[in-house]
Structures are given as structure tokens and as C-alpha cells.
Design a protein around this ligand. Structure first.
Ligand SMILES: Cc1cc2nc3c(=O)[nH]c(=O)nc-3n(C[C@H](O)[C@H](O)[C@H](O)COP(=O)(O)O)c2cc1C
Length: 176
């Protein structure tokens, strides 16, 4: 086995976001994949026209009332067939407390349905982030109740990304 793939494995790291927190999670995942020798591109779902150039996809979104942000749901509908045909990992970013760092938080029923329909390999829930500058009515209400803050666990995010890189490289016959 060689240490690098002969042709680069191109991985789409697509994300839906309403308040920006998930963008940095996607960026951290793409960084780890790139360091492992994969060609990873973080992209806002709205700006992905075609999934076909990518060999694998990591797709995630912030949670809003138990569902993914609407552009992420639209993305799944539009690219359903291409996503289902590729190795696919899903993540949600949500809980505004330390719970996601302490135990596995199952996908919400809405997200689990997507994972099942698409035949995703895995879904993981990471802690979310809500800053004082979030402006929607819902965000203001949560902030007023004292529940804002940054609960994204970047070491856990990076560990998950490294495990995706290992899986993709092993399938290409590349040794770590
Ligand atoms: C109006 C509103 C509703 C939310 N609903 C949920 C929810 O149902 N479950 C959850 O875990 N987090 C929920 N959150 C927290 C967000 O998912 C969290 O802030 C996430 O990191 C947002 O990602 P984004 O900034 O990329 O959109 C909610 C936040 C807001 C502002």
C-alpha cells in the first residue's frame, strides 16, 4: 500500500447554516481531510450546483426546531440521487450546552429520516454555537433566556474527520 492516493480523493464538505456556526465546523473537517492527503472543499450548500465531481460527501447543518436549516434540506432533495450513490457522512450542529461532548446525541427524527433515505454511513451531533450578534427572533429569545454560547467541540470534530479520512484512504488502498 502507498502513503498517498494516485489520484486525489475529492471530498465535498457541504453545510447549511443560518447563523454561521456550522461554517467553522465544516472548515475544521475540511482542514483535517486535507492534512490527511484528501482534496476537501468546504462549501455552503447554496453554492453547490453539482455533486458529481466529488467521490465522497460530508454534509451537515445547524438544527432549528429539530430540523436542518432549510437550504440544507433543499440540497438533500435536489441532490438526493447523487448523495445516495456516494460514501456519505452527516453531522448536525445544535445543542447549546455540553451534552454533545459528554454523550452521543442521536439524530433528530427529521434528520434520521434523511440519513436513512440517503443510506448515510454515520450521523453525529456536535454542540452548537449562538452568539450575541444573532438577529432572528428565535435567536433573540434563546439569548434572552441565557442559553447562548459556543459549545462546538473542535477536538471531537477533528477526531471524527480523521476517522472519515482513514475510511476513505483505506478504501483506496492507501496506508495511513
Ligand atoms: C431559533 C433556534 C432554534 C434552534 N433549535 C434547535 C434545536 O431544535 N435543537 C438543537 O440542538 N439546537 C437548536 N438550536 C441551536 C442551533 O442549532 C445552534 O446554534 C447551531 O450551532 C446553529 O448553527 P448555524 O449557526 O450554523 O445555523 C436552535 C437555535 C435557534 C436560534
Amino acid at each position: 500500500m502507498s502513503a498517498t492516493p494516485a489520484t486525489p480523493v475529492r471530498v465535498l464538505v457541504a453545510y447549511g447554516t443560518a447563523n454561521g456556526a456550522t461554517a467553522q465546523i465544516a472548515g475544521a473537517i475540511a482542514d483535517v481531510l486535507r492534512k490527511a492527503g484528501l482534496q476537501a472543499e468546504p462549501r455552503l450548500v447554496r453554492f453547490v450546483a453539482d455533486v458529481s465531481p466529488y467521490e465522497a460527501v460530508v454534509l451537515g447543518s445547524g438544527l432549528y426546531a429539530g430540523r436542518w436549516q432549510k437550504d440544507a434540506r433543499k440540497f438533500v432533495r435536489r441532490h438526493h440521487r447523487a448523495l445516495a450513490a456516494r460514501p456519505l457522512w452527516l453531522f448536525s450542529s445544535g445543542p447549546l450546552d455540553v451534552s454533545a461532548s459528554q454523550r452521543d446525541i442521536p439524530a433528530t427524527p427529521s434528520v434520521q429520516r434523511l440519513a436513512d433515505e440517503l443510506g448515510a454511513r454515520e450521523h453525529v451531533t456536535f454542540g452548537g454555537c449562538l452568539h450575541e450578534d444573532a438577529h432572528s427572533r428565535g435567536a433573540r429569545m434563546i439569548l434572552r433566556s441565557g442559553k447562548g454560547g459556543d459549545f462546538r467541540d473542535f477536538p471531537a470534530i477533528e477526531k471524527w474527520a480523521a476517522h472519515i479520512a482513514d475510511a476513505l484512504l483505506a478504501e483506496r488502498g492507501v496506508s495511513p
